[in-house]
Write a protein that binds this ligand. Structure first.
Ligand SMILES: Cc1cc2nc3c(=O)[nH]c(=O)nc-3n(C[C@H](O)[C@H](O)[C@H](O)COP(=O)(O)OP(=O)(O)OC[C@H]3O[C@@H](n4cnc5c(N)ncnc54)[C@H](O)[C@@H]3O)c2cc1C
Length: 435
């Protein structure tokens, strides 16, 4: 594992690897969940960027920040906040993941609904290419139509085209007053209609809209004793949402209460509560942020899918996907949760109560393919925000159209002809881990 301290050192390392045909596995916080940042081949080096953690500059007038790729996401949020600004990328792994990893994965997260994915937050990039050359694309422009937008090739490329060493990031004004609510609902169509009602009432200011199934909530409450049940009502689905209101909107709480009360009368929600103070707001969100671990540890192994479908298709997708899974493993316990506001669900399944964990996990390939077939029926994505990594490489190639695969492979060959950048990731490779 090599831990360079600056871009020049990354370049020097890559030049040696290129000459000796040594495989390079870029690594940030290693939180990626799809086997993208760990090697499988002994002729590999991991290049871990964690020592490159300087914020090079913040430009409040341009609403931008220039940072090393190894900066931890939470550190960037804090640095922006100290200048009265806001870096709107937020996710459960933010205390461990790096901005380089976020860029390489085009990470999404809780605020995608309002601010987009990482791709929408990157103005410029610095990248060490597979021959060791440094590409300086560190521009901080909002408009630049001079030819192909090269930065976008590297965003979401999962370390297969080069090593991101620095980035210019787009900041936003502080969103001001924030209200978080937790609601119980009896079914998914109501949950989706509630989102439309909120967007009609608050427009762009609906910044987060997260879904939790009953099992996902219960596992989390058992797992994390620091959180308590926000609403007493027992329901199959829960929503955690956040509305912002600008710097001085003292009416926001009352407005949100009124909208939720009207939705209760329309039977869209069974119950709801607003966070009464900052501590309670933090508790709601910490509950959401540990769902993934809770499901994994509480129920003895879980089979995970990171999928997206058009938002209004979520209820139909969940119905169809659960039906196919139930045929393969009767009494499976779904612990579905995710970013319902942007159509991304973590369709996680935990084993039936009495089934041994090994037996359940051995069904992973069959369940994976069956669920992904349903995703494809809805024209969705089998890798919504965590990327393809090694785990989904075969699935990705099998399910993309030949012309997609052809264009992407042409780019890969043009930029990394010796195939030393993270082979096995995105593109299947003999010996690579994957289903
Ligand atoms: C609890 C938890 C919650 C999560 N929540 C979310 C979420 O809400 N939304 C979401 O999108 N993801 C989420 N993730 C997944 C993960 O945190 C993100 O994908 C994150 O962007 C990965 O960053 P990392 O620094 O850990 O990258 P790593 O895991 O180290 O690497 C990810 C990929 O990027 C490549 N890479 C890393 N750094 C670089 C670099 N500098 N240059 C080129 N390639 C590089 C690696 O080779 C690998 O292919 C979550 C993960 C956990 C564990």
């Amino acid at each position: 594992v090599l831990r360079p301290a600056n871009t020049r050192q990354v370049s020097d390392i890559v030049k040696i690897c290129a000459k000796k045909k040594i495989i390079i596995v870029p690594q940030g916080g290693n939180t990626g969940l799809v086997g993208g940042a760990t090697p499988y081949n002994k002729n590999s080096v991991v290049i871990n960027l964690s020592r490159m953690n300087a914020i090079r500059s913040i430009d409040p007038q341009n609403f931008s920040m220039l940072a090393d790729a190894g900066c931890m996401l939470a550190a960037l949020q804090k640095a922006a906040q100290e200048k009265g600004l806001y870096f709107p990328l937020r996710m459960g792994s933010q205390e461990s993941c790096t901005i380089g990893g976020n860029i390489a994965a085009n990470a999404g997260g809780i605020l995608t609904l309002r601010y987009g994915n990482t791709r929408d937050l990157v103005l410029g990039l610095e990248v060490v290419l597979p021959d060791g050359e440094i590409w300086n694309g560190l521009r901080s422009l909002r408009k630049d139509n001079t030819g192909y937008a090269l930065k976008h090739l590297f965003i979401g490329s999962e370390g297969t085209l080069g090593i991101v060493t620095g980035a210019v990031l787009k900041l936003s004004p502080d969103p001001g007053v924030r209200e978080s609510f937790f609601a119980a609902t009896s079914d998914l169509p109501s949950a989706i209609t509630l989102l439309s009602e909120l967007r009609s009432a608050f427009g762009e200011n609906v910044s987060a809209y997260e879904l939790l199934s009953k099992n996902a909530l219960n596992y989390t409450l058992n797992y994390n004793k620091a959180v308590t049940r926000p609403v007493d009502t027992d329901a199959p689905w829960y929503i955690l949402g956040e509305i912002t209101g600008g710097p001085k909107n003292e009416q926001l709480k009352t407005q949100l209460e009124d909208v939720l009360a009207a939705c209760h009368i329309k039977n869209l929600i069974l119950d709801a509560t607003l966070a009464q103070n900052e501590q309670q707001r933090a508790m709601f969100w910490s509950l959401r942020e540990c769902v993934s671990d809770a499901a994994q540890f509480q129920a003895g192994g879980s089979i995970k899918h990171d999928i997206s479908v058009p938002v209004f298709k979520i209820p139909d997708f969940v119905r169809d996907a659960l039906a196919v899974v139930e045929k393969i493993v009767p009494n499976v316990r779904p612990a579905i949760f995710g970013h319902a506001g942007d159509g991304n669900l973590h369709f996680d399944l935990t084993k039936p109560d009495k089934m041994p964990a090994d037996e359940f996990v051995s069904k992973w390939p069959e369940i994976y393919h069956a669920v992904h077939d349903v995703v494809q029926n809805y024209n969705g994505s089998i890798a919504a925000e965590h990327g393809v990594g090694m785990f989904k490489a075969k699935e990705f190639v099998a399910r993309k159209s030949p012309i997609d695969v052809q264009m992407m492979q042409a780019l890969k060959h043009a930029i990394d002809p010796a195939n030393i950048m993270n082979p096995g990731v995105i593109w299947p490779s003999a010996g690579g881990k994957g289903i």
